[in-house]
Design a protein around this ligand. Structure first.
Ligand code: HEM
Length: 451
């Protein structure tokens, strides 16, 4: 039997979910308990879990009973059929094995300086005193980072073209209704999907020619992810095809760019509302600098900075849930569910449980200092054999960008209204793009100024 849940029409549930996702989840939990059912128009019946013991049970699955690829189907038109996010079973294992090595924690040092440089270049261009949207600046930084470290694009002109075309493409794709298959119809060049399809052709052409050129040129001495993927071989000694490489590059771009930018924007929201914490991070940076040059590697090891990034991901998870499709009838979290149900872990609800997090709605990085939280209570990157491949990359990047912005700038919130959650495709972003004003910018050389 399914757990209880809202009984009003699925269109109403869908409206609540699209317009006020977090309030809606909280209302459901207080009305129906920790585990509840939801039905959205056009999707399978969902069962939402957030108790650590249930999350543990779901993440322990070996991929036979629960299929994440099937759950992610609405992304197929964006990512392609060869994307690791779309796959299940043996094909998923093969792709994941090929993709994991370039994202191994130790590899991050190779990307650290690029992350710092991208942040510096962006900060240099921020207007002084005039309000601007910080989220867009974070998007520009994380896109530069992906283009350089993952795609390995070099040369100013080529980088500029990739940057322009992909920014336009992702802006078109950010409109949430495009996730609904019914909306994915090309009704001419001015229709939303028509615009997407045409821009997509342009970006696909660029990505395929990058793959072909790089395959022809060989990848010796290059450290970018694409070079490593070109050299990677599966257990049968087979390389990835051009189509597979293309879909995985698009996946890494989509999964890694907007998510990281949004996580950074939310982190700044909390830091701007709690300047005493920003001051403590600046003091941590200054103290570290007194011990020698602040390299990417040393920044990555700063405890409070790390705790700030994690606490922001706890309080405002960029992706609110992760789901799997149940392949046969089974008991999950104490409920007997029929095949075809979507088994969902609510990252948002799990990470706001008072049992695990006293004062759960407070931004309090100290709760992460000197403590390792259970992966069933803290999972902004999902879990089990589907856990985010870019987790180390994203945390590393967040710390590099946070460090640079805190070292070099004094910002103030300039939001016209209280900051709300606004949906952009599958991510939850701050309203007005998080409007801020730059009060002071310090030059690159004189990095750590007064708190
Ligand atoms: C703050 C930034 C990020 C967040 C919050 C995030 C979150 C997530 C989540 C929730 C999942 C689904 C996991 C599951 O189903 O259990 C996921 C999967 C994935 N992420 Fe991330 N991610 C981030 C950054 C990145 C980056 C930087 C990359 C790579 C450049 C990346 C690549 C991927 C890939 C390839 C998958 C699919 C894994 C699979 O299906 O096996 N992500 N991510």
């Amino acid at each position: 039997m399914l757990p209880p849940g809202p009984t009003y029409p699925s269109l109403v549930t869908t409206w609540h979910w699209l317009q006020r996702p977090y309030e809606f989840l909280e209302e459901c939990r207080s009305r129906y308990g920790d585990t509840f059912s939801l039905y959205f128009r056009g999707l399978p019946q969902l069962v939402m879990y957030s108790r650590p013991e249930d999350v543990k049970e779901i993440f322990a699955d070996d991929g036979e009973l629960l299929h994440a690829g099937e759950f992610n189907l609405s992304l197929r038109a964006f990512l392609g059929e060869h994307s690791v996010l779309m796959l299940d079973g043996a094909e998923h294992r093969r792709h994941r094995k090929l993709l994991l090595p370039p994202f191994h924690g130790e590899r991050m040092q190779a990307y650290g300086q690029t992350m710092l440089d991208a942040a510096d270049a962006s900060i240099d261009r921020w207007p002084v005193l005039a309000p601007f949207a910080l989220h867009a600046r974070m998007q520009a930084i994380t896109l530069q980072v992906i283009l350089r470290t993952v795609f390995g694009v070099d040369g100013a002109a080529r980088l500029e073209r990739f940057d322009r075309v992909i920014t336009e493409l992702l802006d078109i794709a950010a409109w949430p209704p495009l996730l609904i298959p019914l909306m994915q119809r090309d009704l001419g060049r001015w229709s939303p999907w028509g615009r997407y399809v045409r821009k997509r052709r342009e970006s696909d052409g660029m990505i395929y020619s990058e793959i072909r050129e790089r395959r022809a040129g060989g990848s010796t001495r290059r450290t970018d992810v694409l070079s490593m993927l070109l050299d990677a071989r599966d257990e049968h000694g087979q390389p990835m095809s051009d189509e597979e490489l293309h879909d995985e590059l698009v996946t890494l771009l989509v999964a890694g760019h907007e998510t990281s930018a949004t996580a950074l924007a939310w982190t700044f929201r909390w830091l701007l509302e709690k300047p005493e914490i920003a001051s403590r991070v600046r003091a941590e940076l200054r103290a570290a600098e007194a011990d020698g040059p602040l390299t990417a590697e040393r920044i990555a090891k700063l405890d409070l900075l790390d705790a700030v990034a994690r606490e922001a991901l706890r309080l405002q998870p960029v992706v609110p849930l992760v789901g799997r499709i149940l392949k046969r009838p089974a008991r999950v979290g104490g409920y007997d569910l029929p095949a075809g149900v979507g088994v969902v872990c609510s990252i948002y609800l799990a990470q706001r449980r008072a049992e695990a997090y006293p004062d759960p709605n407070e931004f309090d990085p100290d709760r992460f200092l000197g403590k390792k939280l259970s992966p069933n209570e803290f999972f902004p990157f999902g879990g089990g054999l589907r856990r985010c491949i870019g987790m180390s990359f994203a945390l590393y990047e967040m710390k590099m960008v946070l460090a640079r912005v805190l070292q070099r700038t004094d910002l103030a919130l300039a939001a016209r209204r209280p900051v709300r959650v606004v949906r952009r495709s599958i991510t939850m972003t701050p309203s007005e793009g998080l409007r801020v004003r730059l009060l002071e910018r310090r030059p690159r050389a004189r990095l750590v100024a007064a708190a």
